[in-house]
Ligand binder design. Structure first.
Ligand code: ATP
Ligand code: MG
Length: 439
């Protein structure tokens, strides 16, 4: 205890500190699923030539306002924006990754020589109402291809996700929806058609949608309000009004998906929640997470780079919500009864000073050989140490007490397999013994 602590009594009323609402701890028992997801994603993304990049969590606010669009839920009400105390600059915790990645691409001239395939993962921040599958700090996997104009790359990213689902054992939990929202000129005409339609039915709109009617009528299609679904169902469809180029792109995408044998639904209502998209949009959805059914969403954003001050760069990307994927993975595990917690190979139990010293060196030697060894810390009786060994999930307890130190041996106790006798193994032969039993 420091002097300071000695003199400062804790006030009786001091509340226990809690994490910010909607921002979760990922505790060690949950972590294996997260690591499994990250490792699997990395392996699959690298198979397709996507290279890792990491951009800051905080960016200048105008990046998101210009990138995502002023009249979107994210920019209107979900961003964590604050003023930098020293510079007075307006900064924002990133609500998504694409804008930052495009900013980095422009800043470092990444697409100057050749197109780029990149990916990243990490926390995003949105001030939403927390519920299952929807949080204020959440995590995404992001994949972006910059400098590619053809629908082959859109299809590549969709097929890559299909491979990821398979690698995660989720292929029967998700399904694919695609749509095209056309090019800007197509969308201008469509916007007018929507404005006419929704104005004729204005009494059926909720307050949000009434506001959107003048600012961004396309967003009305994205409404999650169940009461709005009938009116949305009757709205004109973008897909029927595509221009020649967007139509050819969409047909191309379908051709690639068909040739890959992917099953998909064309969902003419699919518009996505961010303004930068054009042409292809897609979502992978599940019916296992209630209203939070979208596990990955993406599409083409050919105009974003130029609108953020770069040269025109056709691009395509997606984001997958990691919390939702972990929920699906956990559900799968609960069904199969498997545990995902990795355990050390052995737990090293020791009694007495000489055994403690010997154990320390032995643990390091075993780790040099590549084995996972937990060395008991904190003293205690042999019985209590053995309890901890068992709880660690280790396959063996390695025991060093007075007798073992004298004989330069280790007593090996099998903790998982039944019917295995306790054994005495010479310290010098321990690695060979472990190698023999772990092949
Ligand atoms: P939703 O329609 O569920 O609000 P969105 O269209 O806002 O999603 P995107 O901005 O496209 O989502 O983000 C891509 C993915 O990130 C979503 O499909 C989802 O899996 C995940 N995601 C988005 N917002 C959250 C959140 N608040 N909490 C957890 N995951 C989220
Ligand atoms: Mg949202």
């Amino acid at each position: 205890m420091t002097d300071n602590a000695k003199t400062t009594a804790k006030p009786a009323t001091q509340a226990t500190l809690q994490a910010v609402r909607g921002m979760n701890d990922i505790l060690p028992d949950d972590a294996p699923l997260w690591l499994h997801l990250e490792d699997t994603a990395r392996r699959v993304f690298e198979q397709y030539g996507y290279r890792f990049l990491r951009v800051p969590i905080v960016e200048p606010t105008p990046l998101f306002v210009r990138g995502i669009g002023e009249a979107t839920d994210v920019v209107e009400k979900e961003m964590y924006t604050f003023e930098d105390k020293l510079s007075g600059e307006s900064l924002t915790l990133r609500p998504e990754a694409t804008a930052g990645i495009v900013r980095a691409t422009i800043q470092h001239n990444l697409t100057y020589e050749r197109p780029q395939r990149v990916w990243t993962h990490g926390p995003m921040f949105r001030h939403e109402r927390p519920q299952k599958g929807r949080y204020r700090q959440f995590h995404q996997l992001n994949v972006e291809a910059l400098g590619f104009a053809g629908p082959d790359v859109d299809a590549e990213q969709i097929v890559l996700l299909a491979r990821l689902w398979k690698a995660l054992g989720l292929e029967n939990s998700v399904s694919l929806k695609i749509n095209s929202i056309g090019d800007p000129a197509d969308r201008r005409a469509y916007r007018e058609a929507l404005t006419v339609y929704f104005s004729q039915n204005v009494e059926a709109l909720d307050d949000d949608s009434k506001r959107r009617l003048s600012t961004n009528p396309l967003r009305i299609l994205d409404s999650k309000n169940p009461a709005m679904q009938t009116i949305i169902e009757g709205a004109p469809r973008m897909l029927e009004q595509l221009g020649t180029d967007a139509r050819a792109h969409f047909d191309g995408l379908r051709k690639w998906l068909d040739s890959a044998g992917l099953v998909y639904e064309i969902d003419t209502r699919l518009v996505r929640g961010l303004d930068y998209y054009n042409r292809s949009v897609f979502e992978w959805v599940t019916d296992r997470l209630g209203a939070q059914g979208t596990v990955a969403g993406g599409g083409r954003y050919d105009g974003l780079c130029e609108s953020l001050g770069g040269k025109p760069t056709p691009a395509c990307g997606f984001a997958a919500g990691m919390e939702r994927l972990v929920l699906l993975l956990r559900e799968g595990l609960e069904k199969s009864g498997e545990s995902a917690t990795p355990a050390p190979l052995a737990y090293l139990v020791h009694q007495g000073d000489a055994a403690a010293a010997l154990s320390w060196g032995l643990a390091e030697t075993l780790r040099d050989a590549g084995y996972g060894i937990v060395l008991h810390a904190g003293g205690g009786s042999m019985k209590s140490q053995m309890k901890k060994a068992d709880a660690s999930g280790a396959r063996f307890a390695l025991i060093l007490a007075e007798d073992e130190v004298r004989d330069r041996t280790v007593t090996v106790k099998w903790l998982r397999e039944t019917g295995q006798e306790q054994q005495t193994v010479p310290i010098d032969g321990l690695i060979a013994w472990l190698t023999a039993v772990t092949v």
